[in-house]
Write a protein of this length. Sequence first.
Length: 212
Amino acid sequence: MFTGIIEEIGRIEKVVRSGSKNSLTISCHKILDDMKLGDSIAVNGICLTVNSFDSKGFTADVMPVTFQKSNLNRSKMGDRVNLERALQLQSRLGGHLVSGHIDGTGIITQIANNENAVEFKIRINSEQRKFMIPEGSICIDGISLTIAELENDFLIVSIIPETIRNTILQYKKAGDEVNIESDLIGKYLYNFLQKTPTNDISLNFLKENGYV
């Protein structure tokens, strides 16, 4: 589990896509401090497992479905990536609960300055849209953000300067692909409501099942 607060920008040093040897090697510094084999690292919001590391970086296996479902499918040597170590129980939850299991990708269609903030307009599809609400949490390339505006086929997030400086958003441009993970609570609620007849839902029912 992660928080969506990026700790470091890493750089892809090697991409291997060869049958049973799909992997990424990423150079980094800060997150190596207490790294162990088997640790979970969010790479652009994707939970990957460390299978080797040294003083310069780490390597993680990548399943074929992960390449297919994420923007790692187009990753290449030299690309920058957002990195975050797994949440510790004693940590402050500065963002929101992020699983590292993305729902798919979106396309940045517009980047615009709005006073001290930068607004990113991102095209999404109907499968992603059903889990989202205005002012709800969203994870974009591993970054915990708030949805400022939401329509059927796009969302807008407003980014503060500190987030721009400390993430790969500073390098993004219109046309770039980003990983999207919707809020866990929204996905659970959607699944719950799909299986429960609407006329059976009452305030008491929601209280009994821990939703209010």
